[in-house]
Each structure stands twice: as C-alpha cells, then as structure tokens.
Design a binder for this molecule. Structure first.
Ligand code: ATP
Ligand code: MG
Length: 523
C-alpha cells in the first residue's frame, strides 16, 4: 500500500506542488482508492493556495461536499481509459485535473489539482457560479474574491498543467516502487544470510561480513601476521581484537601501539624499551611493548605512518624474533603475534617509496580488507538497532526506534566515516530525541538529511517561461533517471511513461548521451 504520509516529505513532489501552486494557483490533494483525502484531514487547519478551497472548507457543509467530491473523482478516473482527466469541479463552473496513481495496473488513488478555469469561461458563467455559491451558503463577497482568484488557463498551457499533475502521480509511483523494491531486497538478503549476525563484538550479517567471519575462523588459530586494511571507522581494531580473543593466545596480553601517535624516537623506545642511561631521563630500564606482548598479540595500528627507519627495525623483529632495546647491546627474544592495520593505500606508498616492500610482504601474510559500510548497506538496520539498544540500555531509558523516513535517509547516506560515524549519529539522536520513542528524520544531522536531495530536483525556477521551466525539469529527470538506471533506456522510458523512441529523441535533444555526461561529471 502507498505510504501517503511519507509522500508529503518527498522533495520532488513538494517542489512540483510548489510549481503548480505558483503557476496555476491550485491546491494539490492526494485521494486514495476509496476517494478519501490523504494529505489533508477534514477539519485540519491548512493554508490553502486557492481562495475558493479555503472558502469552501471554512463553511458548514463545505467539508462534506469536498469529501463527496473526492469519491466522485475516483469513480470517474477508474472508469476512464485516460490516466489524466479534466473534470468539472464542485461548483460546476471550475475545473479540476485528476491524475491516476496506478502501480502494476492496480489503482491506488489520484492526484487532484484544483481549481482552474478554461480561458473560455464566460463572465455569465461566473455570475451563475456566484449565485450557485449562495445556495451553498457561501456569501457573495467571499465568493467574488474566490472566483476571481482562480486562474484561467489557455488551451496551450492547459497541456502543461496536465503534464505537471501527471508528473506528480508518476513521482508517487516511482517513489513507491523504489521503496518496495528496496524492502524486498533487504528481506531477501536477510533470509539468505541465515543467523550469523555477529562475531565477538562485531555486528553484521551481509555477505561481506559472512566472508569476513569465515576468514577469521580460519586464521584465528594460526600464528601468521595479519594486515587489516580499510577506511576510517570500518572496524579494523575490532577485528584485531576478535582475532586475539579467539586465538590460543587469548590469555596473554593484547597490546595496541598507535604508530602515528609517537615521533620516531619515542616509538622506538615505546616498542623496544630502553636501558638505563640510554638518553636523558632514562633513569632505569624500561620494558617495551614488544616485551609486554610476549606470548600474546601486538597490534600495530596505523602502520602506514611508521617512519622508514622504524620500518627497518620492525622488519628485523618480524624476521628474527629479536630486537635490541634503545641504548642496549644485547638482542632479546620475544614470542609475539603481530597484527597490523592501516587506512592508507600501502601499494601506492610502496610505489612512491614511503613504505618498504619487504615489510609489506612480511606483514601481509594474511590480508583482511574490510568493506566500507556503503558496500554492505544491508547491515545498516541491524547496526542501527544494535547501537540504539545499547545506547538506551546505557542510559536506562526505554528503547527508541527510527521512524521509517529516517531509516531511509540513514540507508541512502554514503557514510564516509563508516561505522564510527553511524555510531556517533545514533548517540547524538538519542540525546536529541528526548522522550520521543520514534525518532523522526528532522533530527538527523544535516549532511544525512539532505543527502541525495541535491541529485534530485534542484531549484526549478519559478519565473520565466513555463515551457522553459518544464524543459528544465524534463532534462533533469531524464539525466538523473539515466544515471539511476545505468543508462537502461527501456527501463527509464517505462518509468517516465513515454516510449523508448520518445526518450531517445529527448536524450538527443538535451545532449544527455552517456559519453557526454560522463565527461562533464569528470570535469
Ligand atoms: N561490525 C561492527 N559492529 C559493531 N560495531 C562496530 C563494528 N565495526 C566497528 N564498530 C564500532 O565502530 C567504531 C570504530 O571501529 P574501529 O575503531 O575498530 O575502526 P577502525 O577501522 O580502527 O577506525 P580508524 O581507521 O578510525 O582507526 C568502534 O566504536 C567500534 O566499536
Ligand atoms: Mg583504528
């Protein structure tokens, strides 16, 4: 079923309503398959665009006639073989445009734009209208203003008007289809993936995470060094811990060294320790982290930030299992399993000479590449739920949920900061939500809430020639549609409700062929 509530928030639909209001002074209603109004509840206070509508609903019996009218429109539209119809309005002198909303030939309702006048309306008709209005209990003064406020549309412009109203209905269908498709995909993935949704404290049941769990199972008992590569906040440290705590070394120490946090000399003494008198301030022997990790695991985080001379020393420990403390002369031996992580492109660093190739191959015995969150969006609902539950539990408050629209936004966003960014966003939402148990999309951070809106319709102009504005809109819709469908013209033509040949003509007209578009987006 259509989610009427969500439709009100769709940017492109709101924009179209705005255009219709500005150009034609009409109000847009959504009526469902039974003819019930969905974007306006009778009795609800609402700013109407057109005075006739305001006057009508402000009078006793006004709602009633509007509600009956909704049912009539739907009945007429179902029976018609055309998807849009210009039909007589409530008073008989004005007109109403109704466009059918149908998904897979199932009738779901209508978009109704009202009221307008044909430009051929006679002043006699207007007078008659005003008299008619009196019998409905409207007073003449109000009615005068209302009737004069309706826009008379020329025959040529009427066609544009019709197309715009139809576009609203098509956008609703597109939105609905997109949402259902996405829900189906998530359901299918969830079923396919079985029950393994966590590994240690890692959450996720997408295919990439399943592969990761299988790999972790294989390597946990081995002694090999492991290189963990992935973008910021993808969970590299969590993976390192999971490896250690599932390995035979789990009862010995897990020691983390953040290689980027120390300058070279400090890192040296930090890792390998120093002997008394090695440098000013070295008043006694100090054990290094390598020694502290004996029999356990040493996690070298941000290994890409290690200086070239430190890389040499590290290579030696890895090859020989021995190291010399700063200021010392004797080599010491340790039994340490090394795990390393970085978000840098080490291959590229090898090419520029910033990272030693021999060290790379020594550490990279087993490679784990952690997928960014945008490549495993199926995990998002699970992660949201997990962080939400955990956060509420910590705060000792009842569990909250994201509203559907908010989930959509969270799902669409690209998450450059990956899981850490998602974790922080949920934490922030929990603070902002107060007592609300459903967290609405308005509370989301701007970058998430506004994501994608840019790629939709941007500032359709509200002045100038209507034809130009429509062409601009048409061009934008086709351009975005081509990108979305990956240049599948048959699919897009179907979505837009035009023939494939028609679409190809328009693509040529607007210069939207693939090569040209790719070129301009690379500029
Ligand atoms: N699969 C996951 N399930 C639940 N929480 C996760 C998962 N992956 C990461 N996190 C959480 O996200 C945050 C970032 O994870 P982590 O520090 O392991 O990432 P990282 O790759 O080391 O990041 P950086 O590159 O910034 O060092 C942590 O709070 C971690 O608990
Ligand atoms: Mg990290």
């Amino acid at each position: 079923m259509l989610n009427w509530d969500e439709l009100k928030h769709i940017h492109v639909i709101r924009k179209l309503e705005e255009i219709l209001g500005d150009w034609f002074y009409t109000d847009i209603f959504f009526v469902d398959e039974k003819g019930e109004f969905q974007n306006w509840v009778p009795g609800e206070k609402k700013e109407f665009r057109n005075l006739l509508t305001s006057v009508l609903v402000s009078k006793p019996g006004g709602y009633q006639s509007l509600i009956q009218f909704g049912a009539q429109i739907v009945e007429k539209n179902i029976r018609s073989d055309k998807s849009t119809q210009l039909i007589d309005g409530i008073f008989g002198f004005e007109k109403v445009m109704a466009a059918r909303i149908a998904v897979d030939s199932e009738f779901l309702g209508c978009v109704v734009a009202m009221p307008v006048l044909g430009h051929d309306i006679l002043s006699a008709d207007k007078t008659k209208a005003k008299e008619l209005a009196k019998t409905l209990g409207l007073d003449a003064g109000d009615m005068d203003k209302a009737v004069n406020g309706i826009k008379a549309i020329s025959t040529a412009d009427m066609e544009y008007f019709r197309q715009l109203v139809e576009l609203v209905a098509q956008e609703i269908v597109t939105f609905h289809t997109e949402i259902s498709r996405r829900e189906e995909r998530i359901n299918a993935l969830n079923q396919e993936l079985g029950t393994r949704y966590r590994y240690d404290s890692m959450i996720g049941k997408s295919k990439p995470m399943q592969d990761l769990y299988a790999l972790l199972d294989k390597i946990k008992a081995s002694e090999s060094t492991v290189m963990i590569q992935g973008e910021n906040g993808t969970g590299k440290e969590l993976i390192a811990k999971a490896i250690h705590y599932n390995s035979p070394r789990k009862d010995a120490a897990f020691v983390t060294v953040n290689c980027s946090a120390f300058n070279e000399n400090l890192l040296d003494s930090e890792l390998f320790g120093h002997v008394k008198g090695a440098f000013t301030g070295a008043v006694k022997d100090k054990k290094g982290l390598f020694e502290s990790a004996d029999k356990g695991t040493l996690f070298l985080d941000e290994i890409g930030d290690m200086s070239p001379s430190m890389q040499v020393k590290l290579l030696r420990v890895l090859q020989e299992g021995t190291f010399i403390p700063v200021g010392g002369t004797e080599a010491r031996k340790v039994d340490v399993r090394v795990l390393a992580a970085t978000n840098k492109d080490l291959k590229e660093m090898i090419e520029t000479g910033a990272f030693r190739e021999d060290l790379y191959y020594r550490v990279n015995v087993i490679n784990i590449t952690v997928p960014p969150l945008r490549d495993r969006k199926e995990d998002i609902p699970l992660l949201v739920e997990f962080f939400m539950n955990r956060g509420c539990k910590e705060k000792g408050i009842p569990v909250k949920q994201l509203a559907k629209r908010a989930i959509e936004k969270v799902y669409d966003y690209a998450w450059p900061g990956n899981i850490r960014e998602l974790e922080n966003e949920i934490e922030r939402l929990l603070v902002l939500a107060g007592d609300e148990s459903k967290i609405s999309a308005d509370l989301l951070s701007n970058r998430i809430r506004e994501w994608g809106e840019k790629s939709k319709i941007q500032g359709v102009r509200l002045q100038g020639k209507l034809k130009d504005a429509l062409e601009e809109l048409e061009k934008t819709m086709i351009r975005e549609g081509l990108k979305r469908t990956n240049w599948n013209k048959s699919k897009l033509a179907k979505e837009l409700g035009i023939s494939r040949a028609g679409l190809i003509m328009k693509v040529e007209k607007y210069g939207l062929d693939k090569r040209r578009l790719m070129r301009s987006s690379n500029d």
